[in-house]
Write a protein that binds this ligand. Structure first.
Ligand SMILES: Cc1ncc(C[n+]2csc(CCOP(=O)(O)OP(=O)(O)O)c2C)c(N)n1
Length: 327
């Protein structure tokens, strides 16, 4: 569990959780105002404790993630202005307005890929981890994916190969109980996904995915193991998706009691309370984090709204990698 020496990182986790919630609440507001936000928005509201897994990593580690990625990317330290501009499809966005929210790439902070192609991230992450192993870089890769993705063949292939080659790859399954409109029980044959790890020769830990301290501890332990050359590991965060699949989805298929139960275990409320009770953060400190997050998000929206859309003639720019001569 967290120790007295962890105060600094726990404050950073809380700060990033607050920023992520504010950022996504803003997206929810914009999505409801017709015309201010193009395309589909998929949010990680309720899953913010995953931020602790990102902060357990080193700066040179790589992350690969799926369509529910804003919290991961903000925790990694990406610029909220260019992230919001990308989500709004603007030229000043991290990918020049070409990716939108679903396929973000932020190489400056080692976010190799975000993809909504379900199950696409783990095989690519295995490639990144292989490169790290081959070049003896000492870095590792962490890949985030959902419980729905855990049922895809590509994820099992990536786990098998990572196990065989002992890749420095940390698999992080955010089991938020839903895949689109399908519940976990409807698409998964086992009680928990972590138990599958043994089939691929790696450890698998199931953690309370709404408890940032549990997430931090397990991510630190498993990342250290990957870094020591002991091969991959899997952690499953038992959490819940508080919004629909996208902002268009009003969750008519979800039992309101279930939503209420999970709302009572809101990771942000719990962490704020715990850090205050333990004397790690004062109420004033938390209030100032909230104000700072509101200021950052307001500035990001202003920056994005004032930025132009990409010119029509630039439609093919930045879409393909430039060919590089290798010899
Ligand atoms: C290969 C593929 N199949 C189906 C879809 C449609 N789809 C998009 S997200 C999603 C659900 C994914 O669920 P999960 O992996 O649990 O992630 P979550 O959205 O719950 O975070 C589906 C079926 C897709 N994008 N790609």
């Amino acid at each position: 569990m967290a120790t007295a020496g962890d105060a600094g990182i726990r404050l950073q986790i809380l700060e990033k959780m607050i920023l992520s919630r504010r950022f996504e609440d803003q997206i929810t507001e914009l999505a409801e105002e017709q015309g201010r936000l193009p395309g589909m928005q998929i949010l990680a509201t309720g899953q913010e404790a995953a931020v602790a897994a990102v902060l357990a990593l080193q700066d040179d580690d790589v992350i690969v993630t799926n369509h529910r990625s804003h919290a991961h990317i903000l925790a990694r330290g990406a610029d909220p202005n260019t992230l919001m501009a990308e989500i709004m499809g603007k030229e000043s966005g991290v990918n020049h307005g070409k990716s939108g929210t679903l396929h973000l790439i932020v190489p400056e902070v080692n976010v190799l890929m975000t993809s909504t192609v379900v199950g696409a991230a783990p095989p690519l992450a295995a490639g990144a981890a292989f490169a790290q192993q081959y070049t003896e870089s000492g870095a590792i890769t962490a890949v985030f994916f959902g419980d729905g993705a855990a049922a895809e063949g590509s994820v099992h292939e990536a786990m098998n190969l990572a196990g065989v080659w002992k890749l420095p790859l940390l698999f992080i399954c955010e089991n938020n109980c839903w895949a689109g409109a399908q519940s976990y029980q409807e698409h998964c044959s086992v009680g928990n996904i972590a138990s599958r790890a043994g089939s691929y020769g790696m450890p698998g830990d199931l953690v309370n995915g709404n408890d940032a301290d549990d997430v931090l501890k397990t991510a630190r332990d498993l990342a250290a193991r990957c870094r020591e050359g002991k091969g991959p590991a899997l952690m499953e965060l038992a959490t819940y998706r508080m919004h629909g699949h996208g902002e268009f989805d009003k969750q008519h298929y979800v039992d309101p009691e279930e939503l209420k139960e999970w709302a009572a275990r809101d990771p942000l409320t719990m962490y704020r309370k715990r850090l205050t009770e333990e004397g790690v953060a004062t109420a004033e400190q938390i209030e100032s984090m909230e104000q700072e997050a509101a200021r950052i998000v307001e500035e990001a929206v202003r920056f994005a709204e004032e930025s132009p859309y990409p010119a029509p003639e630039a439609v093919l720019d930045h879409v393909w990698a430039e060919a590089r001569a290798t010899r």
